[in-house]
Design a protein around this ligand. Sequence first.
Ligand SMILES: [Zn+2]
Length: 340
Amino acid sequence: MKRSVLYILLFLGNLLGMNIVFKKLNSKKIRVIMYHGVSGKKLPEYYWLILNSDSFRWQMKHLKDNYNCGDASVVLDNEPSQSINRVLITFDDGLKNNYDVVWKILAEFSLPAVCFVIPCLSKENKQNWSTEFFDILVNSKTNKLNLNQFGLEDIALPANKKERAVILGELGTRLKSMNHEVVENILNFIRTNYLDSDFKPLFELMSSSQILELSLSNEFQIASHSSYHKVLSNLSREKQKEDIALSLRNLNDLGIPFLPLFAYPNGMYNNDTIEVLKEFGFKAALIIEDRHFTSADNKFEIPRVEIGSNISRLEFMARLSGYFYFLKKIQATLTFSKKN
Ligand SMILES: [Zn+2]
C-alpha cells in the first residue's frame, strides 16, 4: 500500500470512528509498545529510534486519555483475556535520555514504564554496539569504509546522510549474524579510524547510579536486556547462560531491583534462550513484532509494537486501536489474490 493511500485510509478511518470501533473489538488484547529514546531536539529522520519530545508527549497524552496503562504486571500477572485495553510502555537499552527527558514526561502523566538495561555496558560507560557504529559512521567525514581485514569488502558511504543511513542499516544486519568478538574488533577499529573529533554520541547509556535512581522512582521498573547486547542466538547455550547471569549479578550488586521479564537484544533469540530464562526464574520475555499480544501468544514471545519517529500520529492511534493491522490484513489479502 502506498504511503499516501495508507494516510488517506487512516485519516478517513479516524474521522469515521474506526479507531473507536477497533479499540472495542481488540479490548481483550494487550498493547506492549517499545521505545528507545526521546530527545528535546529535532533530530534527522535517520535517527528514527529517538523521538522528538513533543511527539512523545502527545503519544503519552493519547495513551493516558484512551487506554489503561499499567506497570509490568500487565504482562506478568495478566492474561490478555482478563484485561481491558491494557498497555505496557517499554524502553530498550537504557539510554541516558530516558533519565534526562523521558522520566519527566512520564511523571507529568503519571505513567509507568519498564526500562530494559544493559548493566555491564552501563557500568563500563560504553554503548550498545548496534547503535554506536551507526552513530559514528553516519557522522564521519569518510566516504569509504575499509573493513577488509575482517573479511568484508570496501563499503562506499555516500555524502547524502539518508542514503548513507540505509547502507549502514544493511551493514548492521550483516554484523548481527557475525561472531560477537569479531563485531567488537570491528567496532574498536571504527572507533580508532573513523571517529571524528567533534563527534557527540546520541546513544549514550545511563550510568549505573542513574539506573538505580530510576528503579526507585514511581515511573520506572528495571529489567535485563542482557549484559552486553550480544545477539544471543549466535551464542552457545552455556554462553547465553553466562551472559544473562552476569547481567542479573550486576543488577544485584548495584542494589537495583529487577523484574522477571526480559527483552531479547536485537529481538533475536532461540529455544536455548527461552530455556535459560526459565531456569533463572523469568516469567516472560518480549520480542519485536508489529502486533498486539493475544491469549494465543507464548509468554516468552510477547510481541511489541516498535514506535520510532517515523510513526505519524494517525499511525500511532491506529496501531494502538488495531485499525492499522486490519488495513494491513486487507492489503495482504489483496496482494495474495492479485498473485493467484
Ligand atoms: Zn536493544
